[in-house]
Write a protein that binds this ligand. Structure first.
Ligand SMILES: [Zn+2]
Length: 164
């Protein structure tokens, strides 16, 4: 019996990977692409990291590096965002967004030892970053204060010099 993955075989597998890397819950991804939850979950845990590595090996070095760079940026700013959110009150949603970023960090952390340290450009215009940013900002919708703080912190990502 061939062990085919319905996600890997899916015509929109790239979009599915992007959604998962962007922090979308596998349940909602399964609904969106009409796949079973179990297959999306299995794909996320077993195939996605390999896909990112493969993307580097084959042709899409920039994409994999961008993803890693995004995670590095998020890691750098996570504590800053948390601090700002603490000052603005309700932390629940902000922490949920950071938790999603952490999930991506764990996923992409597997790549950290594999990728080069070559400079990355255009991180802020990459679709993956914009998608992840949208997830975080969207999650903060109910808390305008925290949302503003996060947006302000994210603006500093571009020049490595977060605004105070
Ligand atoms: Zn798969």
């Amino acid at each position: 019996m061939p062990r085919r993955c319905t996600v890997c075989d899916h015509p929109e597998s790239h979009s599915i990977d992007q959604a998962l890397v962007g922090g979308a819950p596998y349940r909602s991804v399964a609904r969106r692409f009409e796949l079973s939850e179990s297959s999306v979950y299995r794909h996320k845990t077993e195939h996605l990291p390999a896909h990112l590595l493969k993307a580097r090996e084959v042709e899409d070095v920039a994409r994999a590096d961008d993803l890693l760079e995004q995670v590095r940026n998020l890691q750098t700013h996570a504590l800053d965002i948390l601090e700002r959110a603490e000052k603005s009150g309700d932390l629940r949603t902000a922490l949920a967004a950071i938790s999603q970023a952490r999930g991506n960090l764990e996923l992409l952390g597997k790549l950290a030892g594999e990728l080069d340290e070559r400079p990355v450009t255009n991180v802020l215009t990459s679709p993956e970053w914009l998608e992840l940013r949208a997830v975080i900002v969207g999650a903060l919708e109910p808390q305008p204060g925290a949302r503003e703080a996060v947006l302000s912190a994210l603006e500093g990502v571009g020049n490595g010099n977060p605004r105070r």
